[in-house]
Design a protein around this ligand. Structure first.
Ligand code: HEC
Length: 123
């Protein structure tokens, strides 16, 4: 029966969405930190993004991730995601060293990556 089936299937949101909302917050906070020259404010919200990434990786490992677009190109998604997280590590290193010129450069690179990945897998 349809209704019983629907009730049996738990409606879980994509872990990417959860991760992305945290990332969105971290990135907006990054922009504010750059504008007001607050290198010490950059890192904190990225900790939550990092935790959320584990759930996304778990979904990929179990073949449960469903991307809104180009779902058959999951390998490209993984590559882009890994590059993005490497660049995030670089950003955090720049912030630790209080090097705002460096942080600004990496932030620009990250923005381009947000747009590229969304073009391919979301929009
Ligand atoms: C490696 C790929 C990738 C990168 C990089 C990426 N995103 Fe996303 N993002 C996605 C995908 C895929 C979705 C759609 C998820 C879905 O709807 O299931 C998404 C969705 C979102 C959403 C909507 C979440 C929701 O609740 O529907 C926001 C906000 C977002 N991204 C922000 C960002 C920001 C800001 C950046 C860069 C700082 C970024 N993303 C970088 C892949 C990426």
């Amino acid at each position: 029966m349809q209704i019983a089936e629907a009730a049996d299937t738990p409606v879980t949101e994509s872990p990417v969405k959860v991760e992305m909302r945290l990332l969105n917050y971290a990135y907006m906070n990054l922009i504010t930190s750059l504008i007001f020259n607050n290198p010490w404010a950059i890192a904190e919200p990225f900790k939550e993004v990092h935790k959320a990434k584990a759930a996304t990786e778990d979904a990929i490992k179990h073949g449960k991730l469903k991307l809104p677009k180009n779902n058959d190109k999951i390998k490209v998604f993984i590559e882009m995601d890994e590059q993005f997280h490497k660049d995030t590590e670089e950003l955090l290193e720049a912030a630790r060293r209080r090097n705002m010129k460096w942080a600004e450069g990496v932030s620009n690179k990250l923005l381009t990556a947000c747009i590229q990945c969304h073009k391919m897998f979301r929009n």
